[in-house]
Design a protein around this ligand. Structure first.
Ligand SMILES: Nc1ncnc2c1ncn2[C@@H]1O[C@H](COP(=O)(O)OP(=O)(O)OP(=O)(O)O)[C@@H](O)[C@H]1O
Ligand SMILES: [Mg+2]
Length: 268
């Protein structure tokens, strides 16, 4: 399997405070990689540096030091123009905790999906465009009449998440970065949404970075888990190996909650 993303010695230091500057080492010498078609999880408690890591990979926040390579290219050096950045965001796509925050509230759902079509060079008003939108909605289990013509606030949290995944289906990114993608959704709906991510991987060999504080979820969906603690990766491995042989005390504590959570994530 080829490596799609390589993160090497990534560090982010924030300067905070006005009067007396404080340095916060949010991400501390982090290295990991993601293979084609692989699902990895970054698991860690609040403030452990997960979102900061995601933002640097998404090229939204410059690292203090370290290298991020996508398909062998250093993204902070190789991407120079707006066009290249647009192309990068087509390949590396973010799904956030509450997609409501990432929707423009005055755009209808049609417009959100049409934009995705435009990005891949398809006219939304063409027959092909309309067919693709129907297919995308059906892929994520939505009925067009339930969502088209509506504004984001008129949808449920689960429906908004599904639209985000429908966008992914249209854009077919190589890598999805899903930051707490189901934490705002009703427990009963979570399994179905997670399954959509897994389907994307099965159907299109999409790689995914799941970001969560929920070890049960990470255990269930990941090929490999990376445990973050205070900005560092303190443990890593395939879920069962990690369960058998956790190195860090923090990992042990997280894993204690897995047996019950494991049942929670069963959707069949
Ligand atoms: N813009 C910023 N300026 C200063 N400090 C920041 C900034 N953003 C994040 N931090 C700090 O960096 C650390 C890591 O934050 P980050 O958001 O990456 O954590 P996280 O693992 O995503 O947490 P959560 O699970 O709560 O989302 C925290 O101590 C946070 O307070
Ligand atoms: Mg976060």
């Amino acid at each position: 399997m080829s490596t799609i993303l390589e993160v090497k010695n990534l560090t982010k230091i924030y300067e905070a405070g006005f009067v007396r500057k404080r340095r916060i080492v949010a991400v501390d010498n982090v290295s990991f990689d993601v293979k084609e078609g692989e699902v990895i999880s970054l698991v860690g408690e609040s403030g452990s540096g997960k979102t900061t890591t995601a933002k640097m990979i998404l090229r939204l926040l410059p690292p203090t030091s370290g290298v991020i390579k996508f398909n062998g290219k250093d993204i902070w050096r190789a991407i120079r123009s707006k066009e290249e950045l647009k192309m990068y965001w087509r390949n590396v796509h973010a799904v956030f905790q509450d997609p409501y925050a990432s929707y423009n509230p005055v755009y209808t759902i049609d417009r959100v999906l049409n934009q995705a079509l435009e990005l891949i060079g398809i006219d939304p008003s063409s027959n092909e465009g309309r067919k693709l939108i129907r297919e995308a909605l059906s892929y994520v289990g939505l009925v067009p009449e339930d969502v088209l013509g509506k504004y984001p606030h008129q949808l449920s949290g689960g429906q908004r998440q599904r639209i985000m995944i429908a966008r992914c289906w249209l854009l077919k990114p190589k890598l999805i970065i899903a930051d707490e993608p189901v934490s705002m959704i009703d427990a009963s709906m979570r399994g179905a949404i997670i399954k959509l991510f897994i389907d994307l991987r099965e159907d299109y060999r999409t790689s995914t970075i799941f970001i969560t504080h929920d070890m049960g979820l990470a255990y269930y969906v990941s090929d490999r888990i990376f445990v973050m603690y205070k900005g560092k990766i303190v443990d890593m491995g395939p879920p069962d190996e990690l369960l058998k042989n956790p190195k860090h005390e923090y990992t042990k504590r997280l894993l204690e909650s897995v047996p019950t959570l494991y049942r929670k994530w069963t959707w069949e």
